[in-house]
Design a protein around this ligand. Structure first.
Ligand code: 4AD
Ligand code: MG
Length: 478
């Protein structure tokens, strides 16, 4: 009896003269003899050779997309393009695929936009095969990194009553009858009658609960879905995205930056080592795409070079104030090329500014620190200057902000004062404030947007192409 063996295994073993069972989907069938079989373990197809005298009725069913099972012998291949192939002894069609209706025919190369419309089938293309194997490997590398350092993986809630970022971009969770909601005497919706007895929403971040964990375990991380009801229709925003949020007791901002930089480099090194084949495919795809662009918009580095470059160079670390000086004096600012000109200290940085710093000025990943407190969240540690907070954003070429984090305000009075200034519900967040009442200590953390990382590593230009089923304004298909 021969067990099912994966195509990747057969191709990498490079052995011959043994029996296997292989199962997968047909990519092509030609000359009444050669099947290119793909089983998702690699983009490389396994060549199956069948007897050209096979019943023509069976041959007609060997169409692109059909699922088959084959038993046969692995032999050296005489043809070009592969060293081994399988000489079929038994062939079973598990599932037919009507060539008249199947949207993924080899001949017409579908666009990424079209594939988004058939996202339920796009995993079967080489591009998405490579993207999602790389995504998987990155997720595995994230867990490996933190596990090796003794961090506890903490599962923070998805339904919550708090707004961790204080930005009000939340999806309400309710079981109330929207046509006829219960009302209070004042005529407001009466959430005491709702499922949880209070207003609740999908989480925008696990950070606040993560901080509670850090105050007991020392080092924790979360890795889960987060939700933002921001109406941003860009190539870098999703309404549902995955975030990794480590939180560390006894860390200051510098420790936080060191960890974030080591973390990003570690996961990139992991895929460079383990997903070479997929990355090479994606690098070629990107190079082909770049050729369509005008010369001055093309990047000077290929995908693999770019990844190696990030690994082998230290990230630049500068303050927000220094960045504003650079931007104010920059050519695009003086020539009024920025859509949002930089005039004064205090301006929020737009992605055009972030990209100028990273892609034009430094040509390296940049960590910006010490932002004005007015443009950052309430929980960040206040500096003595009374104007700035111990924030850090990591900016990446082609991506912009990939990480946002900070040292946290551990001083109870300072934190409450800031929450009151921002009209945040101090009472409701008393559980959070308990971390500042009972054994408070300096601590820090950050959040990395997982899809932005996958975008950077895979070279995919649109964030909708690095998550299986993207959720964006006016779109929740599948
Ligand atoms: O900067 P953000 O909003 O920070 C937080 O949520 C903090 N609680 C993190 C922390 O300190 N624990 O988001 C963190 C990262 C961003 O840098 C970005 O990479 C990603 O999450 N992100 C998004 N990714 C895709 N779509 C969106 N709409 C995103 N919003 C943020
Ligand atoms: Mg941010």
């Amino acid at each position: 009896m021969s067990q099912r063996v994966k195509v990747k295994q057969i191709l990498s073993d490079d052995k011959v003269q043994y029996d296997v069972t292989v199962k997968g989907w047909i990519r092509s069938f030609r000359n009444n003899q050669f099947i290119a079989l793909n089983d998702g373990s690699t983009n490389n197809n396994l060549q199956i050779v069948i007897d050209p005298a096979t019943d023509p009725a069976v041959q007609r069913r060997l169409t692109t997309g059909a699922a088959i099972s084959v038993k046969g012998e692995v032999v050296a291949s005489l043809g070009k393009g592969q060293r081994v192939e399988v000489k079929a002894r038994e062939l079973e069609i598990l599932g037919d695929c009507d060539p008249e209706k199947y949207p993924l025919q080899l001949k017409n190369r579908p666009s990424l936009e079209y594939l988004r419309e058939i996202a339920h089938l796009r995993f079967r293309t080489n591009t998405f095969g490579a993207v999602f194997r790389v995504r998987h490997a990155l997720a595995f590398a994230v867990h490996r990194f933190f596990n090796e350092r003794g961090f506890v993986y903490l599962h923070t809630p998805i339904v919550t009553a708090s707004d961790a970022e204080g930005a009000g971009e939340m999806f309400r969770v309710t079981t109330l009858d929207l046509k006829n909601p219960p009302l209070t005497e004042q005529g407001d919706i009466d959430f005491s009658e709702d499922f949880f007895g209070r207003p609740t929403n999908l989480t925008v971040s696990g950070q606040l609960e993560g901080e509670l964990g850090a105050m007991a375990f020392g080092d924790i991380y979360t890795f889960g879905p987060t939700f933002r009801a921001e109406n941003s229709n860009t190539a870098r925003h999703l309404a549902e995205f995955w975030m990794i949020e480590p939180e560390m007791a006894f860390y200051d901002l510098e420790d936080n930056m060191n960890l974030a930089e080591a973390f990003i480099k570690s996961v990139i090194a992991y895929v460079l080592e383990h997903n070479r084949e997929d990355l090479e495919f994606l690098a070629q795809r990107l190079a082909d795409e770049e050729k369509q662009k005008p010369q001055q918009e093309r990047s000077d580095m290929g995908l693999l070079e770019k990844l190696e470059f990030v690994l082998n160079n230290e990230f630049v670390r500068i303050t927000y104030t220094e960045a504003i000086d650079i931007l104010k004096n920059s050519k695009p600012n003086k020539n009024k090329k920025f859509q949002y000109p930089i005039e004064d200290w205090g301006a929020d940085l737009q992605s055009e500014h972030e990209r100028y710093l990273v892609e034009k000025h430094f040509k390296k990943p940049v960590i910006l620190t010490d932002y004005p407190k007015a443009i950052k969240a309430f929980y960040m540690k206040q500096n003595d200057d009374g104007k700035t907070v111990r924030a850090m954003d990591i900016l990446f070429p082609g991506i912009g902000e990939i990480v946002g984090g900070s040292q946290r305000e551990e001083r109870y009075d300072k934190l409450v004062e800031r929450m009151e200034e921002l009209h945040l519900p101090v009472e409701e967040l008393s559980w959070y404030l308990d971390t500042r009442r009972f054994g408070a200590c300096p601590h820090a953390g950050f959040g990395l947007g997982f899809e932005r990382l996958v975008q950077f590593v895979s070279g995919m230009g649109n964030i909708r192409d690095v998550i299986p089923f993207p959720r964006t304004p006016k779109n929740a298909a599948f």
